[in-house]
Design a protein around this ligand. Sequence first.
Ligand code: BT5
Length: 244
Amino acid sequence: MRRQTRLVGSTLLRIDRLGSTNDLLRSLARQGAAEGTVVVAREQTAGRGRMGRSWASPPGGLWLSVLLRPPRPADLRLALVAAVGTAEGVRRASGAPVGLKWPNDLVLQERKVGGVLVEAAPPWAVVGIGVNVNVERALLPPDVRERAVCLAEVVGHTVDLDAVLEGVLAGVDDAYDALRRGRGEEVLDRWRRLSVTLGRPARVRTGGRLIEGIAVDIDATGALLIAGSAGAPVRVLTGDVTLL
Ligand code: BT5
């Protein structure tokens, strides 16, 4: 049965232009913001990816952060939960068949349409979500341009940004609620169904190491399992995956 009230987006703050929604939300948490608070920006001037990378965030995209207070803020599954909720919400709102690449990419036509950045700040986890909704390619840095795509390009018309926001908030709320209620395995199954990673040969760069093999599955903690030609699959907790 669906719940009547939603946690994610119970308080929603819209900002025109800021550095990073993750940073603002982190400082709001210190000032007593409640779990479920969301910050959405029209434009970010210092959007971040993982490992100090930058995230291009011109107007036309959906740039938001959600404040969560999970039992374990560093739980690897949070990124997968957020990715599942985002992909399901984006699919519902736009019809674009968005898929997921481990650990945090949203992909469309083999290109990156969005990403998730979870930052643990115990007792909080700040979940940043970026989706190229109606982002003009010309506004992206040249090196990003050819590997990125936006929803509008794929569906053939401008997509209602507020409808995507609503879909993503509902999707993340639903997936996080399942995790909190001990139904994490169900959310991981939803991730598997949306995955473009599993079953494919992949190269993983993790902690200075390169691992090649078939991405066979994710385990119950959200780690990626890579099977080589011999021995047990290698368990990958963090890194970048290139599909071969
Ligand atoms: C991510 O990192 O994919 C996480 C992105 C999270 C962005 C959201 S927006 C709201 C919130 N506030 C923030 O400051 N961040 C979050 P990663 O897997 O490290 O991917 C980063 C890489 O993606 C970059 O090095 C570029 O190559 C590429 N990239 C940058 N901007 C992009 C864009 N708009 N679309 C597609 N790819 C992009």
